[in-house]
Ligand binder design. Sequence first.
Ligand code: PGA
Length: 261
Amino acid sequence: MKKKTLIVANWKMNPGSAAEARALFNRTKQTGSRLERMETVICPPFPYLGLFARAATTRVFLGAQDVFWANSARATGEVSPEMLKDLGVSYCIVGHSERRALGETDDIVSKKLRAALAEGLIPIVCVGEKERDSGGHYFSTLKSQIAASFSGVTRAQVRDTVIAYEPLWAIGKSAREAAEPRAIREMSIFIRKVLSDLFGAEAAQFPRILYGGSAEEANTASILSEGDVSGLLVGHASLNAEGFGEMLKVANTFETLNSKL
Ligand code: PGA
């Protein structure tokens, strides 16, 4: 089964005005809409999502940067899966390291993941180690993050998830400091193995695995060709419409053989 390459724009807390958000969205959408071999997901901050409620196409999708774990609760400041769905949101990032740094635990991530799936949103679950120790402990860190974040998720549901491998030490830097394609490949294989242990080999073939952490125009081709990933989660580089457009065009030249099925 073939799935398309997926490039996700995580705007984080940018840009500072709705006018700038509109301009960035329109330019990105314009480029993404022309590219038939890949899918683009744009994740603006919550206040801007409504601006783009009807703007998604079959190639350019709307994503949220976070989601609450219930549709009905006394939860000041939170946004429910139902609200996102109603706005035409298809994807939502869950457990980004910047949210984990603000206190989000694996348990919360797991609740959010299940709530998103129940609403028919495609969760992009972020995992990644803080640092690389010479003893290789980051493998077990990642394994326990995945096991805890996916607890309660069924074999059928896991097929509709996306996992973003985002080593914290590589986030917000420059292409030169991103993880090496070879290391990304190793982690991608490892993540697939962990999924296989948890859900069985068949189901584990389905989730797309992305890389995030200083993915820029300069390293897009090498990561996609040598990293064994189905796409990228892009932070700062997604704020530059021109450079990000170039990344999308590069991604369009790769067809993702999602599985070895
Ligand atoms: P970056 O961010 O591309 O700016 O490193 C990626 C992310 O945090 O999702």
